[in-house]
Design a protein around this ligand. Sequence first.
Ligand SMILES: [Fe+2]
Ligand SMILES: [Fe+2]
Length: 255
Amino acid sequence: MNLLTQALHLLGSGAMSYISARNLRDLQTRPNMLAGFQLAEAGAVPFLEALSQRAAAEGDEWLSESLARHAQDERRHAQIFAHALKQLNKQVIDFKQVPEKKADGQTDERRRSPFFEAYYEGYKDALAPQKIDWMVFFISTHILELDAGKDFARMATVLPDTDAASANLKKGLISIANDEQRHASYLLEAARRRSPYVEVSALVDHWRTRKVNALMAMVGNLLNKGGEIPSLARDGVPPEMTENPMETDPAMAAA
Ligand SMILES: [Fe+2]
Ligand SMILES: [Fe+2]
């Protein structure tokens, strides 16, 4: 798994919901938030696809299909955020242009996440899709999806209906929030299919505690930097982007 994309997934997945809601409402800071979400959602796709293949290879058809659908959803979420950026004449930065280390030898802060580091502390060598423990994946991701669903729904409520870009994004966020709820549910079901109730409950508690601690680590880090989020958006629209995923996706059109 790529540390950067996973870190951004977590950044997008709600640990910063209170800051996110404020920054999303403000047109000045909105592009940066959208870019972070786009990178996060897109970054989760290859990981989920690899897990889907592993589940198939292990003979768990139900899990493989659920993971494949999950990957598709996250791809669509990335498109929704990309489209919202495009409406503001922005696009994500090209990470190939961002040097891994800064002049002072420190890793560029856009390439690391204190939240991710704290949440998965002690697991870092065991997070590759080929070897991650299924229960660790199910429950740690269940917690993140559950919170992401609530966070995206909350973000939708702070957006005004007064301009097309905001109204469109609001619709997208509500649809994304529903998907994240569904992801949280199937992941919990996957865990229950494999382990007894007591064990699953203990793991849910464990990862909830980790989430809280990781959130505190991240907020501490953010306060040190004066609340500033590293820049992830740049001007311009990518030439390949012409479609509005809200219009072309039948599921969205029906919603
Ligand atoms: Fe998502
Ligand atoms: Fe999700």
